[in-house]
Every structure is written in C-alpha cells, then in structure tokens.
Design a protein around this ligand. Structure first.
Ligand SMILES: [Cu+2]
Length: 343
C-alpha cells in the first residue's frame, strides 16, 4: 500500500506497479536458436508451438511482486505450466537467454537456477522442484554497472553456463531478472522469472541440494527491499548461496545463431542428439564483455535560467511546473503521465 502521507511516494509506487516489461523470446545454445513461449501471442493462439519454455499468465509482460514470493507464482511466473518440450545440452554448455525488451530504468540483478525434474520436466509439478543457484550477478562496483545493464549492453541477452560436473538428466532452468527501480518501497521490487526445460547429457555426479521456489525470497530480504538510487550501491544478491564452484556471472558477450532448432518432445530424444561440447566456443562471437561500461550519457546544455532539478527529483508530469532539466549525470525519465524523475 502506498504511504498516505506522501503523494510523491504514492506516485512512485503506482509507477512501479504499472511499469512492466519483458519476456524471454528465444534462447541460443551452441549456435542454434530455439523459440520460447511468447506470452503476448501464444496465449491467444489455438495451436501455439510446442516449446521448451513454460507458459504463464504474464500477457502484460509483467512481474511477480514480493507479496507473492511465498506463492507458486514465483516459481516460473504467474500460474506457470511446464513447456511441452525440452532442449538438449551437454554439461558445461552455455545457454543464452534473449529478452524481447528491457528498459534502462529497470536496474537489478540477473540470477539463474537449476532444479532436477526426476522424470520428464514436461509433466513436473512445479512445487516439487528444488532450485540451486548457478549464477547471480548484482551490482559491479568497479564497473559501476548492474547485471541488467550488462544484459542490455549485450542486446538484452544473458549467458548461463551449465556446470560441467552436473549429473546428467532433465532440469528446469529458471532465469530471472529482478527490477529494483521501485524497490526502495515495500513490495516495490519486480521479479521476472522465466523457465525452460533442458536435458543435460554428459557431466559428472554433482546434484546440489536446492530449495522450493516459494522459499527463494522474502519481501523483507535486503536484496529485495533495497534502494538502488544511491551512489555505487553495495547490493546483496537475494536468494540461496551459489553452489560450490559457481561464479556470479561468466563473461557476457553477444551471441549469434547460425541455425534454428525445434525443441524435443518427451521420448523423441534420439531424433535430436545432444550437441557436441567442442562446438561451443567456436560458435560464440565475442563483441562485448562483462566489464563494458554503460553508454555515456549525453546531456544538453541547461537553459539560461539555470533551473536544474537535482538527481532523484521530479522533472516532469501532468501539472508539474518545476525545473525539467536534470543535474549533470542524470537524465529525466518518464515513470508515468504524472511523474518523471531525474535518474
Ligand atoms: Cu517495467
């Protein structure tokens, strides 16, 4: 609920509730692109394609709010149901998720989990899944970038590496961005989980223990209730610890596809043998790296009057008559029709 004592905070909370952006449109693994479930169109199609991605009620490209972090909606998004197929990868392979869009204002961490299905993922009960964290990147104080900034810099993509010693089998890969632009307020963070089914071949004997999706986060976690609008924030990535041997992020780069593929339905795996791991590195095209700084902000000269709004102050909106030029280092960003903020 918005604080009644402050119309400003009410405006900001409202903006956080209405601003919703994005889903994973496809993945690339070993140079092959696979279509994901497209919530904005497949939901309305009488015969949507059978894909590895889970379907969910996020037709608004929306998010799961912290007050629902204890409900099954946080597992693989709202009322999610397993994808009808899976993509086969080798342990150690890299999988790149592509988002259809990601707004610059939606800063925050990017986190990835795996959970064994103990059978076909296509028919798994989401509540039976136990997730372990294979990467989790927050804010890089040296590079001064959020993981979501790095994702944007790489064409709205994020690359995950399957542990090379992971036990072979069927897994749900849960990929997630948590947007923090409204997270200074209670219930203001936005979780955007996206799940796909994968079949992992090769590997070793490693099967880390995990937690139920409904146990990943609480609304009061320091990485969920967090103000990102401070200088060089020291951000604690929420959720369970990384598994042994994992890093917060592998180096990120642009990845391009050389072919398109179709996900495999249960029982048809011999028609779609696992790719050979040796092709992985040769098909990844590195254009940018994890440490790429965000693009420089181009500022225009302030008007002669010199009226300048300070960072985090209001700079626009219906009925607003104050300064519309932001202090150096910040730009005026529209949050809704009533409120624009220097960020
Ligand atoms: Cu949004």
């Amino acid at each position: 609920m918005a604080p009644k004592t402050s119309s400003l905070l009410a405006s900001l909370t409202g903006a956080a509730l209405v601003a919703a952006h994005g889903h994973v449109s496809h993945i690339i693994v070993n140079g092959v692109q696979y279509r994901n479930y497209i919530p904005t169109t497949d939901f309305y199609s009488p015969n949507p394609p059978v894909v590895m991605g889970w379907s969910a009620l996020n037709q608004d490209n929306g998010f799961v709010e912290p007050s629902n972090f204890g409900t099954p909606d946080i597992i693989c998004h709202k009322s999610a149901r397993p994808g009808g197929a899976h993509v086969t990868v080798a342990a150690g392979d890299k999988i790149t998720f592509f988002w259809n869009d990601w707004p610059e204002s939606h800063v925050g961490p990017v986190i990835d989990y795996l959970a064994a299905c103990n059978g076909n993922c296509e028919t798994v009960n989401p509540s039976s899944l136990r997730f372990f964290k294979i990467d989790g990147a927050g804010y890089d104080q040296a590079a001064r970038t959020w993981a979501a900034d790095v994702l944007r810099a790489n064409g709205n993509s994020w690359t995950v590496q399957i542990p090379s010693d992971l036990k072979a089998g069927n897994y749900v890969l849960r990929h997630e961005i948590i947007a923090l632009h409204g997270a200074a307020n209670a219930n203001g963070a936005q979780a955007y989980p996206q799940c796909i089914n994968i079949r992992v071949t090769g590997g070793g004997n490693n099967l880390p223990s995990g937690v139920a999706g409904t146990q990943l986060y609480r609304a009061s976690d320091p990485g969920i209730l967090f103000n990102p609008h401070v200088g060089n924030p020291n951000y604690p990535v929420p959720g369970p610890a990384l598994i042994a041997g994992a890093v917060s992020s592998i180096p990120q780069s642009r990845v391009t596809a050389t072919a398109t593929g179709t996900a495999t339905r249960p029982g048809n795996d011999n028609n779609n043998p696992a790719p050979t791991p040796t092709t992985t590195s040769s098909r990844l095209t590195t254009l940018t790296t994890q440490t790429t700084p965000p693009p420089a902000v181009t500022t225009t000269a302030p008007p002669p009057s010199g009226a300048t709004q300070s960072r985090y102050g209001q700079c626009g909106g219906n009925g607003y008559t104050g300064p519309t030029v932001c202090a150096s280092g910040s730009t005026c960003q529209r949050l809704n029709e009533w409120y624009s903020q220097c960020l």
